[in-house]
Design a protein around this ligand. Structure first.
Ligand code: ADP
Ligand code: MG
Length: 583
């Protein structure tokens, strides 16, 4: 079997590693192996990596950075006179890493494991796989970055003979927290470490990272330029690109030094003249300016701890991942929380790709001891109607943080006699209310005529790449539909089939309180509570028209349903108002 390479496809930087004689090695692409995730157009030449980054400061409009933030969206990007999808740009970065690795290694690099933030949605994961495909690679697996980092740390500690010590110091309880603050994303995970690495919880923020820290310095520089030079560069892209680069350098310097002076001449302005800025920043200033960002990460840390149902004293070690964790305030803040825990010093930039290469080794059957247990990052649910037919809610099928791969089923039921179809909407997210979650796919199951309360079995599977498949089946009536969710546009699904299957006598699963379609039932429910009168008559007649249309007048169905729903809504809200007044 081919070697499987591990790739950390980062927002800011990417890395490629491979296992050699059981040990991960970072391939020194671009010198030190930390490859800027930047693409830049130079004439007709596309540059990637450090060369692209160098060009990007001078030609920001011909360069693309942080494309990872756009993965899973349909946004289009322009370089020269061509437009690209985010997957194309990521593919260029992947292709560059593999081509350069091939030159260094002397053989083809085709099979890869790519990492993504644990918080990435299915659409983002699928987009990442697609990028691999467009780069001509075989993506063996998508794994979570914190999990990869933990694999690597565990490996390093084990080979230092250190894990024994950690184990004994915590009397057999051995939990780790992975804190990953990179250029554009923040991830935190709680892991149970041992022979098996198990992710107990993971959460984070897909829009928080080093770029945000840089922007705070840029804002100060812009203010200073406005005051001293009387030019407003807030919207002037060439100047902003220059200032961003300056700000990042200042930030990095402040990780080592107590203060830094920013001196920048020849900052371009829209009128063609250049301007200068000179400003002193102390580490204290910078920490005060960015305190809220660190506080946001701490809130996520607390959330992850709560989800894992652990207190800080149970954490044996805190793993710092991502370039931003070199900022001393970050480690200091974590030390306050996890005083007793150890923070092993391992290069925070390389641990993810090195861990991915260990995962690659596990897949290709190399001798690696660790086994990985991964979890679902979001709850996957089906939209249904509550018992009182009053509102739609999300009924979880696979809860967040369930170990994957996983297949779970739940039985729903139809509401009325001869119901014609069940609308199936797949949601991702933690809220009970569909509106607050993300709709990732929808389809409908055409039903065979049956009594009300006919069971519909809905099964979700979540695979190791974090991809969802749904199968829904009208039990005992040979009706079934499947759902595939389009990677870049999860609202559109690709396959929806109605097929004959064997009648089966599977045991009944517990029936859920939820039903899949509801209009008739809601109307009946209301009618049973209404006093006789004109309004009740109107609703009765509307319901009759609706049921008639359901049976044999499909053309009129929409209109009749709208009319019935309007009456239902009006009556429901009137009743709610009366109830409130009584209270
Ligand atoms: P990503 O995973 O998003 O690609 P990285 O882990 O490579 O990101 O981290 C990149 C971020 O780390 C950038 O914002 C960079 O400025 C920041 N960074 C790198 N080195 C340091 C340092 N010594 N001190 C503070 N920040 C740093
Ligand atoms: Mg990273």
């Amino acid at each position: 079997m081919n070697k499987i390479y591990g790739i950390d496809l980062g927002t800011t930087n990417s890395c490629i590693s491979v296992l050699k004689e059981g040990r991960p090695h970072t391939i020194p692409v671009d010198g030190n192996g930390i490859v800027p995730s930047v693409v830049s157009l130079d004439g007709t030449n596309l540059l990637v990596g450090r060369k692209a980054l160098n060009r990007a400061a001078a030609f920001p409009e011909q360069s693309i950075r942080s494309v990872k933030r756009l993965m899973g969206t349909t946004e289009k990007l322009t370089l020269g006179n061509k437009t690209y999808e985010p997957e194309d740009i990521s593919a260029m970065i992947l292709r560059y890493l593999c081509d350069e690795a091939r030159k260094i290694e002397g053989h083809e690099v085709e099979n890869v494991v790519i990492t993504v933030p644990a918080y990435f949605s299915d659409a983002q994961r699928r987009a990442t796989m697609e990028a691999g495909k467009r780069a001509g690679l075989t993506v063996e697996r998508i794994i979570n970055e914190p999990t990869a980092a933990a694999l690597f740390y565990d490996h390093v500690l084990a080979s230092d003979g250190d894990s024994q010590q950690v184990l004994s110091s915590k009397a057999g309880e051995h939990y780790a927290l992975v804190y990953d603050l990179g250029g554009g994303t923040f991830d935190v995970s709680v892991l149970r470490m041992g022979e098996i690495i198990e992710v107990l919880a993971s959460t984070g923020d897909t829009h928080l990272g080093g770029d945000d820290f840089d922007k705070r310095i840029v804002t100060r520089l812009l203010q200073e330029i406005k005051e001293k030079e009387n030019v407003d560069l807030e919207d002037y892209v060439p100047a902003l690109a220059r200032l961003n680069a300056v700000a990042e350098r200042a930030k990095i310097a402040l990780s080592e030094k107590a203060s830094v002076r920013v001196e920048e001449t020849r900052i371009p302005t829209p009128k063609g003249k250049s301007c200068t800025v000179s400003m002193e920043f102390s580490r204290e200033d910078f920490e005060a300016m960015t305190e809220d960002f660190v506080a946001r990460t701490v809130a996520s840390v607390e959330k992850a701890m709560e989800e894992a149902q652990l207190t800080p004293d149970k954490i044996g070690k805190v793993l710092l991942v991502g370039g931003m964790t070199r900022m001393p305030a970050v480690a200091a803040r974590l030390e306050e929380i996890f005083g007793g825990a150890r923070m092993p010093v391992v290069d925070p930039d390389l641990s993810v790709s090195n861990g991915a290469s260990i995962q690659g080794g596990i897949i290709s059957g190399e001798n690696c001891e660790q086994i990985l247990v991964d979890v679902t990052p979001h709850t996957l649910s089906l939209e249904s109607i509550t018992y009182d037919f009053r509102q739609l809610e999300c009924s979880p099928i696979i809860p967040r943080n369930t170990q994957i791969p996983v297949t779970r089923a739940r039985t729903f039921s139809t509401v009325y006699h001869h119901q014609r179809a069940a609308e199936l909407r797949v949601y991702q997210g933690e809220s009970l209310f569909p509106k607050e979650n993300t709709l990732i796919g929808e389809t409908s199951l055409e039903l065979a005529p049956a009594e009300a309360h006919c069971p519909i079995l809905v099964e979700y599977s979540y695979d190791l790449n974090g991809i969802v498949h749904m199968v829904a089946e009208q039990k005992g009536y040979s009706r079934k539909t499947e759902l595939r969710i389009d990677s870049r546009n999860p609202q559109l699904f690709s396959s929806q089939g109605l097929e004959k299957i064997q009648e089966d006598e599977e045991e009944e699963t517990e029936e859920s309180p939820n039903a899949v379609n509801f209009v008739t039932q809601r109307a009946r429910n209301l009618l049973s509570k209404m006093e006789p009168g004109a309004k009740k008559d109107a609703l009765t007649q509307s319901l009759a028209r609706y049921e008639e249309a359901l049976m044999d007048d499909e053309d009129a169905l929409d209109e009749v349903e709208d009319e019935l729903l309007a009456l239902i809504e009006a009556e429901t809200s009137e009743r709610e108002q009366e109830e409130q007044e009584e209270d």
